[in-house]
Design a protein. Structure first.
Length: 159
């Protein structure tokens, strides 16, 4: 297995290829987050910004795990991590942990004030993975941390 860190210019040059890889990741998955149209809109948005990245984990040529991150507040240097997703048959093997850990390490190179992530209350496995990487429950909804985030997620933070 190998990681690929995709920065803005690389994503924009090869957008269709990455979206096809993500379609494979979501293929045959009934998870409510396996929505290629939603992730496509999200990636188009974050890659319209100057500081954004995507961490992809491949098994051969097949994408098996992904997460993205972006600078959402350039004044305070606050970053967001979003869309951690592992292909169904690869779950429970620590790949989400490794992928999330790598993106946090990459973002830390930018000396962020904080890194935030929003997780649904019932997504216990994601909460555990985030906590194992160092995120702490803020005990606030995601939208209470900053404007523009969804109000139906718990906010997790690394400071």
């Amino acid at each position: 297995m190998n990681f690929k860190i995709v920065l803005r210019d690389e994503y924009l040059l090869n957008r269709d290829k990455y979206l096809n890889d993500i379609k494979y990741l979501y293929l045959d998955d009934d998870d409510k987050f396996a929505d290629i149209d939603e992730i496509s809109r999200h990636l188009d948005f974050i890659f319209s910004l100057s500081n954004s990245l995507l961490v992809l984990l491949y098994d051969g040529d097949k994408l098996v795990c992904m997460v993205n991150g972006y600078l959402y507040n350039s004044i305070s240097n606050d970053w967001c991590v979003f869309s951690l997703f592992t292909k169904k048959e690869y779950r429970g093997k620590g790949l989400g942990y490794k992928t999330l850990k790598l993106i946090v390490e990459e973002i830390k190179k930018y000396n962020p004030n904080m890194i935030v992530s929003g997780i649904e209350e019932d997504n216990i496995s994601s909460i555990k993975v985030h906590e194992s990487v160092g995120f702490k429950n803020s005990f606030m909804k995601w939208n209470e941390i900053d404007e523009g985030f969804s109000d139906n997620y718990l906010g997790f933070i690394i400071k």
